[in-house]
Design a protein around this ligand. Structure first.
Ligand SMILES: C[S@@+](CC[C@H](N)C(=O)[O-])C[C@H]1O[C@@H](n2cnc3c(N)ncnc32)[C@H](O)[C@@H]1O
Length: 196
């Protein structure tokens, strides 16, 4: 997108303005607030794993909603937000050995987004492969009855992912927050009650 078009869209985007007004480090915060308003999962979680945490908009929301939540946050890039309840790992989650932490989580969140090339089908496959890697390690990192929220860009493989999750969680559903741009193919999948 041309930079002047992007700026015009940003000026008009009330969520960018609201993110500034509320001192959120990213507009993504509002998506998580909407997800929480609907599913109420952050408020009942203590051990939270957040993948793709930078710059920190989601972490801010978790810390505001639940002062008892302990967050292990992972990203390739630096965080612009810190809090005593966040332990940040500047790492690729796929290269991290979670056995070191010797911990299971009540809530696993992924807002991870790979580098895009602007080719929808390829970008879709890239984000799906991140989520597939994450699903492969769920048994090691997720508590029984835990919950899982993650982002994908819609495309050919989404049904396969949903079907895999339907065998691993009691309920799996899609959610498109109003603060997610309507022209974006991003969608969140919320899977509740990990069976194992
Ligand atoms: C849309 S941003 C996340 C925004 C964040 N939820 C917030 O509210 O500030 C996506 C992030 O995913 C991260 N990411 C992509 N691949 C990753 C990987 N393999 N491991 C960890 N983080 C990754 C990117 O570095 C990027 O910062």
């Amino acid at each position: 997108m041309q930079s002047n078009k992007w700026l015009t869209r940003q000026d008009k985007d009330r969520y960018v303005k609201m993110a500034k007004d509320f001192s959120f480090v990213s507009r993504s915060s509002f998506k998580l607030i909407e997800i929480e308003n609907k599913f109420n999962l952050i408020s009942k979680s203590i051990n939270v794993l957040e993948l793709g945490s930078s710059p920190g908009g989601w972490s801010q929301v978790i810390c505001k909603i639940n002062k008892k939540a302990k967050i292990d946050a992972f990203d390739l890039l630096n965080m612009h937000y810190s809090n005593k309840n966040i332990t940040f790992y500047k790492k690729d989650f796929m290269k991290f050995d979670f056995k070191i932490l010797n911990k299971k989580y009540d809530l696993i969140l992924s807002d991870m987004a790979p580098n895009t090339i602007g080719h929808k089908a390829t970008d879709h496959l890239r984000i799906i492969s991140l989520i597939e890697e994450l699903i492969l390690i769920l048994d090691k990192i997720a508590h029984i009855n835990s919950n899982f929220i993650f982002k994908i860009w819609k495309g050919s493989e989404e049904k396969k992912i949903i079907n895999t999750l339907k065998n691993k969680f009691k309920n799996t559903t899609y959610y498109k927050p109003k603060s997610s741009r309507s022209e974006s193919s991003e969608i969140y999948i919320v899977a509740c009650g990990f069976i194992g």
